[in-house]
Structure formats: C-alpha cells, structure tokens
Design a protein around this ligand. Sequence first.
Ligand SMILES: Nc1ncnc2c1ncn2[C@@H]1O[C@H](COP(=O)(O)OP(=O)(O)OP(=O)(O)O)[C@@H](O)[C@H]1O
Ligand SMILES: [Mg+2]
Length: 282
Amino acid sequence: MTSVSSDTVLEVEHLSVSFPTSRGTSTVVDDSSFTVEAGRTVGIVGESGSGKSMTSLAIMGLLPGGGRAVGSAKLKGKELLGLSDRAMRPIRGDRMAMVFQDPLSSLNPFYTVGLQIAEAYRSHRKVSKQAAKKIVIAALDRVGIPDPERRYNHYPDQFSGGMRQRIMIAMAICLEPELLICDEPTTALDVTVQAQILGLLSGLQKENGMGMVFITHDLAVVSEVADEVLVMRHGVTRERGTTEEIFTQPKDSYTRALLDALPRITDDPDAVMKETGEEHRS
Ligand SMILES: Nc1ncnc2c1ncn2[C@@H]1O[C@H](COP(=O)(O)OP(=O)(O)OP(=O)(O)O)[C@@H](O)[C@H]1O
Ligand SMILES: [Mg+2]
C-alpha cells in the first residue's frame, strides 16, 4: 500500500499500459505503483524498452495512438487517467510538465525560443505579451542562460545542446508545476553538461518544492538525483525502494546485475582513471 500524505503530488496505483497488436494485447507497463512527494524525486531506471517512457506518457495523457492506460494516476488527488483532451489541457504544461531527451523535437525551429516559451505561458495565463516576455526572461535567467534579454530573440539552432535543455527546463518551470517529469533529460549531453543540468534541476526543486519523476537508464545518475528508485524491466517493477536501499541492499537479481555493471570506485587510482575515461567516451 502507498501512504498518501497532504504533500503527495502524484499517486500512481496499479497503472498498466497496453497496446493492441496483431497477436492480441501487448502490456508494456504492468501494474506499476509509486508516489511522489513534494520536493522529492522518484527515479525510474531500466533498460531500453522497459516501459519507463510509457509510464510517464500515460500520466501526462500523451500515449501514442492505440495505447490504453488502466489503473489510477492522481495529481494532488485528481484522477488523470481517462481525462478528455479538453480536461487535460489546463493541467498539462501548467500543473505538470515534462522535459524530454531531445529538446529539438519539442522546439519549433522557425520561432525564437523566447516567443515559444511566452506563447506556451500565455496559453495558460491571461497576461499581456509584455508581461509574458518579462516572465520568460526571468525564467531564462533562472536556468542559467547568459544574457537572457538578447537570447530571448534567438532561434533554437543558435544554442548548444545543454543550453537547449536549459530552455526546455525554463519552459517547463515557467508555470511553476507541482510535478516535473524528466525523461532522460541529460542522456544526449556530455558528462560535464549533464552534471550542470542535474544541479540546475535539484536547485529549482529546492526553490519550488516540486515533485519530480526522473527517468534514466543510468544508475549513476539516479543515485545523484533520486530519493526513491523504481527498477523496471519488460514493463514490470522489479524493485522499489529508497535510493539507499536499492544501492546498498538490492533484493532483486536484475537490480544486482545493473549495479554490477556500474563502474566501481576502487582504491587503485589507475583503475578509477580508466573507468572515468570509459564514461567520458560513451
Ligand atoms: N506506439 C507503440 N505501439 C506499441 N508498442 C509501443 C509503442 N511505442 C513503444 N512501444 C513499446 O512499449 C515498450 C516500452 O517502451 P518505452 O518507450 O516505455 O521504453 P523505455 O523504457 O522508455 O525505453 P528507452 O530507454 O529506450 O527510452 C517497448 O517494448 C516498445 O516497443
Ligand atoms: Mg524512453
């Protein structure tokens, strides 16, 4: 049983996601349950195809065609599953937002980033264009975009990958969502930029107290950001626990295999160098 407190932002219970196939129904998320508290982060890890993204897309009401979600996902007590598009629109992007791996897929190359964030903002709040612009510049500043007034007028391809991800985070946090879902937000970035983005997210979370779901295939990343971890494989939650429990007393054989695959810090400085080098290369 999951315990629900007044600080519970997201409560997922018995969530299953399935798709029709020519050979019957394929279940890609199988009976998943977890809760996200305000100011806390739940990490979801697992190999490719384990159902991490489908879990978050079901919560956001963004499953691809044919996908069906059953069970329950409540945002501050409000059931999200089964909501019509119309009912979902005021919630998505406003009370809950998502950051994806590839910012370019979410940004229109033909509009300046400032205008795109301002329009997204104005679709939820009745403010003038001028007021929205001010808010957006403040958000760009907050996520560490240098010279935000000037950068407001730049197009997505004028930014590096790390800066584009900051822009996506600015768009996501502009409306101060209660829940932020990050789906592999740092996977395409090199390790230094990855560390900066992780630091940025945790700083914003401390300021806002938003609940976060952080999806990654990288256990090292999850150990840095998550308070609790869900280990998924083939749609099934293999193990769930605090980050400390998962890393120090993994119960499931699959979790142990994932942990064994992690580069290990040893007393031998040469070994550490080698392993760090490998991480940099990937
Ligand atoms: N449109 C679709 N129709 C049917 N099945 C799909 C569809 N999209 C994805 N799937 C299947 O759903 C399963 C879970 O996919 P999901 O994208 O959630 O995996 P993931 O854990 O996010 O993987 P990755 O780490 O590669 O992003 C996969 O087996 C995938 O093949
Ligand atoms: Mg995915």
